[in-house]
Ligand binder design. Sequence first.
Ligand SMILES: *Cc1c(COP(=O)(O)O)cnc(C)c1O
Length: 479
Amino acid sequence: MPFPSRHMGIHYFNEEETKMAKTIPYKIFLSEDELPKAWYNLRADMKEKPDPMRNPATGEEVPVEGLYPLFCEELARQELDTTTAFIDIPEDIQSFYKMYRPSPVVRAYCLEKILGTPAKLYYKFEGTNTSGSHKLNSAAPQVYYAKEQGLTHLTTETGAGQWGTALSMACAYFDIALTVYMVKISSEQKPYRKAVMETYGANVIPSPSDTTNVGRAILKDNPGTGGSLGCAISEAIEKAMTTENCRYVLGSVLNHVLLHQSVIGLEAKAALDKYDIYPDIVIGCAGGGSNLGGLIAPYMRDKLQGKDAPHFIAVEPASCPSLTRGKYAYDFGDTGRTTPVMRMYTLGAGFMPSANHAGGLRYHGMSPILSKLYHDGLLDEARAVEQSKVFEAATMFARSEGTLPAPESSHAIRVAIDEALKCKETGEEKTILFGLTGTGYFDMSAYMSYNSGEMSDYIPTDEDLEKGFASLPKIPGVE
Ligand SMILES: *Cc1c(COP(=O)(O)O)cnc(C)c1O
């Protein structure tokens, strides 16, 4: 079926459609009382747990104390907790969430109309806060627990800038100092992102910088470099290790981040339950896996408990295809190879997506929880899509639903549209829920390249991937 035209013109609903719209509102909200009071930990219901984190040198399992130099203690406990199903959301975090939550579940009536599909499309919209994405859901608790422990300073890296912005907002609220190493080329291309972080009080340092040994060494060898995410991570970690009362924090991939993001799915399910709506398909984009893990959490619980459950689809960029073409292997979380190793679908910590890839989701690996669910066939499907197809869907969504979506989110939009078009052919009235993780206001250079027809697709060859796989570590005692 051809993809519908981007030029759609004005559209009207007939009387019957308007009536239907009244039965199920455009936006389903929860009241403050109905907001989740605990996060849901998927691992508690998994019969087969994800493989443990290991020390790369010895192959031994990392004990909780082994994580204390990296994460604050409560986060270290959450990271390794595979048995507690519900973990209370501290009251201060519940209050923080109330500033921008609940996020709405939106019925995409206008998009359905344009597609002419009998499918019913819903999206959970996480872009209603200033950071413009779901990342604030984990930034807030991470800063809160750091503050509780008496830490005074946090460091992180940011590429596109959403995580750095979310963390700046949370650090301003809980009054903790923040240093953000921002990939130099991004800080030059996205000066407004940098300005937002500075407005919230963060110290934003273009990386590589002369504030760390790693940075100085890189600058000496490559004076003109625009930097890389791997290098920014190494600088942020070094700064945390050498600063008192300081820790490094990360915005995706880790188990505790997925735990915090379960608020997305818990809210979505509570809202849809009000109208007895149960999705047939749940779709999310997957970079490190945190929004997808959060969105599917309560529905995956149904599946783990043997009940009927939706068909789950993870969507990733064809240029960084960790689930669809990666290996399920122990790997480092960072390019600098400083973290403990985790078993996950990975392209190798040394993998670099093509420079012309503008659509985000550039991480080499995938959340160990999602990786395990995918490996065991519980996360049903992963699809890789090319960025020009992603922007085609993004544009159609913007013109029909009004919201300018983030390129990352648009991966999920693309597959939701593809599934809705399948329903048009078969006449099935499937209910589809997808995650709209954020807005695209700071991604206009990517939109500009699409609008001018200059956007190209790059799919790595098997040889390209082999180079990344060659960087996979050999862990003692692990096959
Ligand atoms: C960071 C980000 C993602 C991808 O991260 P996950 O951990 O895979 O969820 C997706 N959408 C937006 C808007 C983001 O900022």
